[in-house]
Structure formats: C-alpha cells, structure tokens
Design a binder for this molecule. Sequence first.
Ligand code: SAH
Ligand code: DHB
Ligand code: MG
Length: 212
Amino acid sequence: MDERFERYVTELFAAEDPILSKIRARHAAENLPAINVSPEEGKLLYLLLLTIGAKRALEIGSLGGYSGVWLARALPPGGELTTIERDPKHAKIARESFATARLHGRVQLIEGSALDVLPTLHPGFDAVFIDADKEPLPKYFEWGMRLLRRGGLLLCDNAFFHGAAIDENDRSGPALGVRAFNELAARDPRLVATIIPVRDGLVIGLKTRDAA
Ligand code: SAH
Ligand code: DHB
Ligand code: MG
C-alpha cells in the first residue's frame, strides 16, 4: 500500500498507546529486525479476533511480542495466546513486552522450533497467526488447519513477500514456501480465504469445514 495511505490509516485508526510505543522503542534499542507487523496490521488482527470472539489463539513467530500484544488484547480474561519463538533473545524480549502490557497472565510463550512445538499443542484454537520462517509454510498450513476449530481463522503474514510471491524467477526456498501457502489457502475446500493487501499482504481464511 502507498505509504501515505498507510500513515493515514495508522494515525486515524491504529494509533499506538504508550505501551505499544514503548514495546517498539525497545525493539529498536535491542536491534531486533524491524519485521513486526505494522500498527494497522496489528489493529486488523485485533479486530479479526474480536469478530469471532476468539478465546484461544496461536502465533508462530513472536519476535519481540508486538503482534502478540495486539492478538492477546483481543482475548477475554481467561483467554490465552500461545506464541512460539525459537530465538532465546527474541523470546526474552517478548516476555518482557507481555509483562509491560500486563498480559503475561494471558500469554504462554513456548521457546522452541515451531515444527517441534506444534505437535505438542491441543487442537481447538479459534485463530492461528503464522509469521515465522517461510520455507516450511506448507507444513504450517497443515498444522494450522489441524489445530483450528471449525469457524476459526487462519492468518498468515507476508503473502506478497516483497514481490517474491509473483516473481516466477525466484525459486528460493522462502519464495516457494510463500507461493505454495497462498495456493493451498486459495484452493483448500475447507477454507474461505483471501489476501488483504495490508503492508506485505495478510492471508485471512475462515475454516468453514473440517473435511473436504
Ligand atoms: N509476529 C512478530 C514478527 C515475527 S518475525 C510481530 O509481528 O511482532 C519472525 C520470528 O519468527 C522471529 O523472531 C524468528 O526468530 C522466529 N522464527 C523463525 N523461524 C522459526 C521457527 N522455525 N520456529 C519458531 N520461531 C521461528
Ligand atoms: C520479513 C518480514 C516479515 O514480516 C517476516 O515475517 C519475515 C521477513 C522481511 O522483511 O524480510
Ligand atoms: Mg511477517
């Protein structure tokens, strides 16, 4: 999206409170990669979870907890965000962010590689947000579908992957992963899905059926 429109949306609809600003400032101070969702994408995640009354959400790829705060804020007391992060430094900062946002009671951060952690989780999630490494995206798709309840939301960041999604000459592992994920999401009969062109593209899908 044009940066001017992005700024307009952010200022009008996704203005950060001091807590989110502080979390982003710490992100920068700790030299974390600036690949967190944008405020308007965070607001969209928050809104999507609210629309389905999500109580249990799963995130793959916590980084410093920025998207996690948006997701966890959508959950009612007693709800829980499970978020998976394999980098110990990122995990530590994310834990601090959840504490800063007074959400630590509502967030379970599991430190480890997603493909090791996913088989240990109980199904029945209301929403799954995928935002980690791109090469295994087809596997994350299958795990997401397995762990979601019917009526749950499958969400995946970086649907465009800076243009790599539509660059046929890009045969890199991450580009192939993103493309394969998008095709699975578009064609799977259990899902009604589309891409919202926010930031780098967000796939959103509603799991309408348990079986094809
Ligand atoms: N969702 C975050 C950004 C995530 S960036 C936000 O918007 O605020 C991607 C994160 O995924 C990084 O912290 C990286 O360490 C983590 N990651 C990458 N591959 C992973 C894997 N296989 N398992 C778990 N975490 C992984
Ligand atoms: C990049 C951005 C992301 O949102 C992400 O999840 C991974 C990588 C990037 O800009 O490289
Ligand atoms: Mg991302």
